[in-house]
Design a protein around this ligand. Structure first.
Ligand code: ZN
Length: 89
């Protein structure tokens, strides 16, 4: 992938998921409040997903009203903007 932010030119892309419930089994907790987990967190649900530049926070958009909101759309967006190698066969 060859992401380049249209606004600032940064190459790092982030996925943001809102409204997720994260459930993690706990092993122990320290006095200062540091929690030791038993395993990796499980993510449940997720209300919406979007993608943003990790430098300036610009969201990827199709136009003024609609953001790129799924992995499939992200692939299409990157393809349209020549930021990903599409295998040709
Ligand atoms: Zn940017």
């Amino acid at each position: 992938m060859n992401f380049k932010c249209p606004t600032c030119g940064c190459n790092e892309l982030e996925e943001v998921v809102t409204g997720v419930r994260v459930v993690t089994a706990i092993e122990s907790v320290a006095k200062e409040g540091y929690v030791y987990y038993h395993e990796d967190p499980e993510r449940h649900g997720g209300e919406s997903t979007y993608y943003q530049c990790s430098n300036c926070g610009e969201e990827l958009r199709w136009d003024h009203d609609s953001v790129v909101s799924s992995g499939e759309e992200l692939f299409d967006w990157l393809t349209e903007n020549n930021m990903i190698e599409v295998p040709t066969e």
